[in-house]
Write a protein that binds this ligand. Sequence first.
Ligand code: ZN
Ligand code: ZN
Length: 214
Amino acid sequence: MTIRHHLSDQLLMAYAAGQLPEAFNLVVATHVSLCDECRAQLASFDAVGGALLEDADEIAMGEDALAEALTRIQGLPQATRSEPLKSAGVFPAPLADYVGGDLASVRWRRVGGGVKQAILPTGPDATVRLLFIPAGTAVPDHGHRGTELTLVLQGAFADQNDRFSRGDVEIADEDLEHTPVALAGEDCICLAATDAPLRFRGLLPRLAQPLFRI
Ligand code: ZN
Ligand code: ZN
């Protein structure tokens, strides 16, 4: 498995500092369990977290604070890579723990066009859901208010910008309007966190049937 799309340093740092909503924590933890690169990066953030906190009084929390912190962190030796948690199923260990099992324990709700979702219980400040998109089916066209993190667990999807397969994470924000389409061959299962409701455009007519099949 080659992961091409990773978490940003900002997300990893916020995760290390315990500043993310529970919904985003779950996506980050699940990606990190699959990804050597982000796991190593996170370990180096963890290693300097204490030092940064000790110096917190002296760091001006202006625009430059993050860049400054990153520069300091990048100068430090790479932390030792710990082994990933192993899981035999579709769900990596952090997600399997959260759900209490693998795919078979998910209670899906149909949202139209063969697309199914299961919203996982989290705190109220953000939402995380499992999405099941049949092979060749599009997720309705939508923009974002806030941030959307989508991690692929099975199959693959593509949008106007790129292609994402198992382990890849797409970071979408207000500027991105996209139509993800599950690639043919295998149903696509994703874990997606949002910190504000998606604003679907023309939701009802579009949900009635897949937009197109490839
Ligand atoms: Zn990564
Ligand atoms: Zn999106």
